[in-house]
Design a protein around this ligand. Sequence first.
Ligand SMILES: Cc1ncc(COP(=O)(O)O)c(C=O)c1O
Length: 363
Amino acid sequence: MKLIKRNVLLNPGPATTTDSVKYAQVVPDICPREKEFGDLMEYVSLALTKIVAKPKLYTTVLFGGSGTAVVESVLSSVIPQDKTVLIVNNGAYGKRMCQIVQSYGINYIEFKSSSIKPIDLKKLKKTISKTPSISHLAVVHNETTTGLLNSLHDLGKIAKKFKLAFIVDAMSSYAAIPINMKEQNIDYLCASSNKNIQGMAGIGFVIANKKSIEQSKDLKERNFYLNLYAQYRNFLDSHQMRFTPPVQTLYSLKQAIIECNEEGIENRYKRYSKSWEKLTCELKKMNLKYLVDDEYHSKIITSIFIPEHINFNDMHDYFFNKGFTIYPGKVEKFNTFRVANIGEINVDDIKLFCKLLKKYITK
Ligand SMILES: Cc1ncc(COP(=O)(O)O)c(C=O)c1O
């Protein structure tokens, strides 16, 4: 196998992948309506479910599309016309959920919360109890804009107490931070192929409680391509995706899953955490501040204040030429850049990055 040039992607996905995942895309041409391909999708779907839930009660619905597509699929497919979804907005991805429901004219309540501090749960409960039409609670697990980790344990308890269906955007936590859908009362969990699972971009998926998805069967349709129940039902009935799937990406996702299972989710998170601990330890030595306090941090992505004398674009180009890709910040009121420590990278990559960062900011 010829080695492929290795770039260290410190953007929050698509992440750095192994060569074996890249090469898994090179397969004989196949029509995705063939049984062999249906079996591949079934394998992928089952394996993705097992990472967070028992396949007897939960299932994974695959879509050709990015992460936003599956968040949009859930929000536009499962909320009845006369009900309301409460969306926690504590960053760009919570805000995006609000934009999605706005564009479909779905009833929603935006619960604004600090982008760097934990959610005020008392206030959240009070808001829910004031509006009886709320039937769904939607949150982002790891706010990728800041690295703030919302507690699924606490939010899931609230969803259960108020009998709400619980929708989680776990795009940047799934396959790294352990999640248990049953214990955390999660009905719908959204993720994609190109972040912590370490596959190629192009597949979004929804892991859903089978009972909940079945309940959405007779709801008035607002969408077509993204209809969650139709995509679920079609695969059950025909062993095929409704529309052309990203064929080669699915082969590489299978390989990524095999490698994820070999490493194990806990070990993967340990590896990521070790990189994050090194990163933040070096940032502190350089006197560089970052947004979220360690105790609320996902240890997946860090939003770092840019020193006044540094221009982000110049710094990006400097690192890019050295094989590291850094990412701009996304929190309006803070001048930050972001470093994600996900994908097939390790603490040695972070050590080298920090050495270069120190040189760059003190030059
Ligand atoms: C939490 C979260 N939600 C949604 C998305 C959107 O995913 P995509 O860019 O694949 O549409 C991202 C992407 O980084 C994310 O981090």
